[in-house]
Design a protein around this ligand. Structure first.
Ligand code: SAM
Length: 269
C-alpha cells in the first residue's frame, strides 16, 4: 500500500481535525449519548441482531459511539480507527461510561500488526469503505479477524449516491473503482456547523460487484444484500424526511438507492 501512504496520512489529519468538531456537534449529540441514547439505527440493530456475549470488531469506528453502543447491548467490543484524535476521544467516552471497550489506533490495512485475536462479528458502517482504495485487501483483513462461523455486517452509503455532484443534478464521479483517488476539497463536514479550513479528501468509490466479490473471493458466504432508497442521516443536500424519520433526496425520492447492507458469514472450517 506504499503508494497510498500519502493519501492515508492526509486523511488521518483530516479526521483528526474533524473529531473535536464532531464531538461538539448536534449530529453526534454526545450529552444524550452519555445519558443513554444509542447511536445505532434500526437498520443495523435489526439486521445484525443480538450481539450480547459476542466479541465484535468495529472497523473505522471514528470516536466510538457505535462501538460503545454495541458494548451497551452486551458485546465485548473492539473499535479501530486511523485517527489518533478519534481513538483518544473514544477511549475518554469509554472511561466516562465505565465500559471496557478496547480502542486501537490503526489503519485497517495494518491491523494484523496492531491487533490479535478473532471475533464473532466484524462490523463497519456509514462512510467507511470510501476511504479505502483496495477492497480485496480489506476483505482479507475481515476474513483474518473473523472466527469460523462468524458474521460480517456492513451498512454503507450506496455507490450510486456518490456518483453525483453536491446538488444531485449531474453524474460527475465514476461508479466503478478506478484505483485513482477521487480528490475533493472541502471546508465542511457532514455534521451541522462543523466548518474547518479547506482540506483535501482522498476517496474511492466501490460498486456493489466489487464489494461482494471481494468478500466472496476471500471465502465469505453472502447471506443478503439489501438496498434502500433512504438514509437515516441528513448528510446530503436537498434531503426531505419521511414520517419514519428517513431521509431521501427531494427531487429523486425513490428513484435512486442511498444505502445498502450486506451480511456474510465465514464458513466453519
Ligand atoms: C465517516 S467516519 C465513520 C463514521 C461512523 N459511522 C460514525 O459516525 O461513527 C470514517 C472514519 O474512517 C476512518 N478512516 C479513514 N481511513 C481509514 C483507514 N485507512 N483505516 C482506518 N480508519 C480509517 C476515519 O478516521 C473516520 O473516523
Amino acid at each position: 500500500m506504499n503508494n497510498y501512504e500519502k493519501y492515508f496520512e492526509n486523511n488521518r489529519q483530516l479526521w483528526n481535525k474533524r473529531t473535536p468538531l464532531h464531538r461538539q456537534s448536534d449530529f453526534y449529540n454526545v450529552p444524550a449519548f452519555l445519558e443513554s441514547r444509542t447511536s445505532l439505527n434500526k437498520i443495523e440493530l435489526e439486521e445484525l441482531g443480538d450481539v450480547s456475549g459476542k466479541s465484535l470488531l468495529h472497523l473505522q469506528c471514528h470516536f466510538g459511539q457505535d462501538t460503545l453502543s454495541w458494548a451497551r447491548l452486551g458485546a465485548k467490543a473492539t473499535g479501530i480507527d486511523l485517527s489518533d484524535a478519534s481513538i483518544e476521544e473514544a477511549s475518554r467516552l469509554n472511561q466516562q461510561l465505565g465500559l471496557d471497550v478496547t480502542f486501537v489506533q490503526s489503519n485497517v490495512y495494518d491491523l494484523k500488526e496492531n491487533l490479535q485475536g478473532q471475533f464473532d462479528v466484524v462490523f463497519t458502517s456509514y462512510g467507511t469503505i470510501g476511504w479505502l482504495p483496495d477492497l480485496e485487501k480489506w476483505a482479507e483483513i475481515i476474513h483474518h479477524f473473523l472466527k469460523p462461523g462468524g458474521t460480517f455486517y456492513i451498512v454503507e452509503f450506496h455507490p450510486v449516491a456518490w456518483m453525483f455532484d453536491d446538488d444531485f443534478q449531474h453524474i460527475v464521479y465514476p461508479y466503478h473503482n478506478t484505483f485513482e483517488p477521487i480528490v475533493t476539497e472541502t471546508e465542511q463536514s457532514y455534521t451541522d456547523g462543523s466548518n474547518h479550513e479547506k482540506l483535501k479528501e482522498y476517496g474511492w468509490n466501490h460498486g456493489l460487484g466489487e464489494v461482494i466479490s471481494s468478500l466472496t473471493t476471500k471465502g465469505l458466504r453472502l447471506e443478503f444484500l439489501h438496498e434502500f432508497p433512504y438514509s437515516p442521516y441528513n448528510i446530503f443536500r436537498h434531503m426531505v424526511q419521511d414520517e419514519n424519520g428517513y431521509w431521501r433526496i427531494r427531487h429523486l425520492e425513490n428513484k435512486i438507492p442511498l444505502l445498502y447492507s450486506i451480511k456474510a458469514t465465514k464458513p466453519q472450517e
